[in-house]
Design a protein around this ligand. Structure first.
Ligand code: AHG
Ligand code: MN
Ligand code: MN
Length: 337
């Protein structure tokens, strides 16, 4: 703690790391990289309207999505920060088709999966966006990491979290020992502990799903959405609908206030839209560590066997009782058909 009673992220991580003798400062270095990169991205996001970094890069990524300029800028900022950390051998990024191998160092034990800017369709309209990250230990001991080193299940994550560039900028993370949130103090440019040991309510009042796709949803999901809208005093329904199209923003609200976020399978996209390695797994780790639940409809998100870098999975995530109810209704119609 410093003289003002503030606990900075850096101090917090050093204190926590004494509990992980195996980490030997490596995680501190990785978090220092995330912290620095997110401050730079935050600066760029804040002045996005003033300089020529809004809009499209004129290219598409491997998934055929238009890359926004800030997507590419954020990707480069995080990659160079990880590269300088000396602890990361490879990065899997939404914005890169293949594994991004970092220059060799002796200590390069970790692999990062990241979505450098999540919710990028919101960039041009000044709504909340974020960065999602996931940290793995490589499987092999040395040499160039292989695809097999990278394709690990979510239950192997060493740490995960996100930075939300919202009305304030926050960094939320877990190393498997609860979830803590830090708010960037603009004046001193430090992330300070603001949300200690975050717990998601078991029941909530928000449901977040893109109802524009309703006609493509499985029957049980349509039923669950109707259930959310029904009037019932005893269960506090109807719930409020909240969906901005930025997983980070929608889930951050639901983590703090209680709610469910669903990106279901659709007839057009049977595996949903969201990516396992750098969207669903890290957010699931945070949510589960906060006492919530994350499921694909078939198994816990973090138990999915990872077979491709840009693999997609359906996701039901948030307050435990809400996820259980949605899954029960989803499965009830599965059995009918
Ligand atoms: P990204 O901007 O990284 O491509 O991710 C956008 C994702 C996610 O953040 C959001 O929940 C979802 O796309 C919204 O998709 P729809 O517009 O289909 O609802
Ligand atoms: Mn995303
Ligand atoms: Mn993205």
């Amino acid at each position: 703690m410093n003289n003002n009673g503030l606990i900075t992220l850096e101090q917090f991580i050093v204190d926590q790391e004494s509990q992980y003798p195996d980490a030997k400062g490596a995680l501190s270095k990785i978090f220092r990289a995330i912290e620095l990169a997110s401050k730079i991205v935050n600066r760029d996001v804040r002045k996005a309207g003033l300089v020529d970094i809004l809009g499209s890069q004129g290219e598409t990524n491997i998934q055929g999505e238009e890359q926004k300029k800030l997507d590419v800028i954020a990707n480069n900022i995080f990659i160079s920060a990880f590269s300088r950390s000396g602890e990361v051998c490879a990065v899997i990024s939404e914005e890169e088709d293949e594994i991004h191998h970092l220059p060799k160092t002796e200590n390069e034990k970790y692999i990062i999966a990241m979505d450098p800017l999540d919710g990028s369709s919101n960039i041009d309209v000044n709504a909340s966006i974020g960065t999602i990250f996931s940290v793995y230990k490589r499987k092999s001991k040395s040499g160039t990491p292989t695809l097999d080193d990278c394709l690990q299940a979510g239950n192997q994550q060493v740490a995960a979290g996100y930075v939300i560039y919202g009305s304030s900028t926050m960094l939320i993370y877990t190393t498997g020992n609860g979830v803590n949130g830090f708010t960037l103090d603009d004046g001193i440019q430090e992330f300070c502990l603001s949300h200690r040991n975050i717990k998601t309510p078991e029941d909530g009042n928000f449901f977040s799903v893109n109802e524009g796709n309703l006609s493509d949803f499985p029957e049980g999901i349509v039923d669950y959405i109707s259930y959310c809208k029904e009037k019932d005093k005893a269960t506090n329904r109807p719930y409020s609908a909240r969906y901005i199209g930025s997983m980070i923003a929608d889930l951050h609200r639901n983590i703090l206030k209680g709610g469910i976020f669903i990106y279901p399978p659709t007839t057009k996209a049977p595996n949903g839209k969201l990516r396992l390695m750098y969207e669903c797994n890290p957010m699931s780790f945070v949510v589960e560590q906060a006492g919530g639940k994350a499921h694909t409809g078939e198994c816990p998100v973090m138990d999915v066997e990872t077979t491709a870098l840009h693999q997609r999975v359906p996701v039901f995530v948030g307050s435990k009782n809400m996820v259980d109810k949605a899954l029960a209704m989803h499965h009830a119609t599965d059995k009918k058909s």
